[in-house]
Design a binder for this molecule. Sequence first.
Ligand code: FES
Length: 131
Amino acid sequence: MSTDGGGAGDLADGWARVCDAGQLAERGDGVRFEIAARGGPIPAFVLRIDGQPLAWLNQCAHVPVELDWTPGRFLDDTGTVIVCATHGAVYDASDGVCVGGPCRGKSLQAVPCRERDGEIEVQATVVKSER
Ligand code: FES
C-alpha cells in the first residue's frame, strides 16, 4: 500500500511521518520511503533494532544501488546485519558500518529518525512511503 507522506503539513517542526510505529517489527522487514533531495527523490528505509527505529539511505556504500533483496528485506536470517543484494556487503544493523565486503569500514548514510505518538518520523522531506 502506498501513501503520500509529503506536504508542508508534515514538516511543521522538520519531521515527517514515514509509517505507523506498529508496522516496524523488531529486526523484521524494513519500510521503504523516499526523501526529497536536489536532483530528485532518494530511496531510504527504516528498521527497528533493539527497540529503536533506525533509518538510512537505501544506497550501498560500494555502489549507490538499493540494498534490499526483495522490497523491504534488508536483514539476514540472524537479524543482526544488513546485507547488500548486489555484491554482499555486510553492515552492522545497529550502526550501519560495513563490517565485510568491498566497502568494509564505510557506512550507510543515516537519516535522523524517531518514534513519537505512535508514528515513525524522519527529519527529512518524505515524498513517498511504501506503507
Ligand atoms: S553494490 Fe553493494 S556490495 Fe557492491
